[in-house]
Design a protein around this ligand. Structure first.
Ligand code: IDP
Length: 140
């Protein structure tokens, strides 16, 4: 398997509870390298664009409001099979269904405030990384 990059967000529930270090420790322990990282405040427009695929879903408005409710940490994670590996490390969307030891099982508050985002395909990873990072901000 080739080295790959994925896009990650530590969501507002994680920054609010000062969990960025604990979550980053999980990524690093499981073999993902943080090759870019910055703390930002998402605007409503950024959140609406980022989650545009969900705009017809009943939870869309609340999700945009949650994602703009405090700072987030956006990241690029690198490693073998990074996209699938990070989805495994994160666990199921709903923490009630997340496997033991996953980030969402360990830290998520609810199906909405579920601590982390991770790209769901290499194609989306490339789009999401390019949306948040300039090439020279990523140092592998
Ligand atoms: P994922 O983050 O596990 O890929 P998606 O289905 O892409 O899950 O949903 C994006 C985000 O939208 C979730 O991480 C969560 O924050 C929120 N979300 C998904 N389903 C629900 C729901 O049923 N109620 C409230 N929020 C939801």
């Amino acid at each position: 398997m080739a080295t790959e990059r994925t896009f990650s967000i530590l969501k507002p529930d994680a920054t609010r509870r000062n969990l960025t270090g604990k979550i980053n420790a999980v990524f690093e322990e499981k073999g993902l390298r943080i090759v870019a990282q910055k703390r930002i405040q998402m605007t409503q427009q950024m959140a609406e664009t980022f989650y545009g695929v969900h705009k017809e879903r009943p939870f869309f408005k609340d999700l945009v409001s949650f994602m703009t409710s405090g700072p987030v940490v956006v990241q690029v994670l690198e490693g073998e099979d990074a996209v699938a590996k990070n989805r495994e490390i994160m666990g199921a969307t709903n923490p009630a269904n997340a496997a033991e030891g996953t980030i969402r099982k360990l830290f998520a508050e609810s199906i909405e405030a579920n601590s982390v985002h991770g790209s769901d395909s290499p194609e989306n990873a490339a789009i999401e990384i390019a949306y948040f990072f300039a090439g020279n901000e990523i140092v592998g």
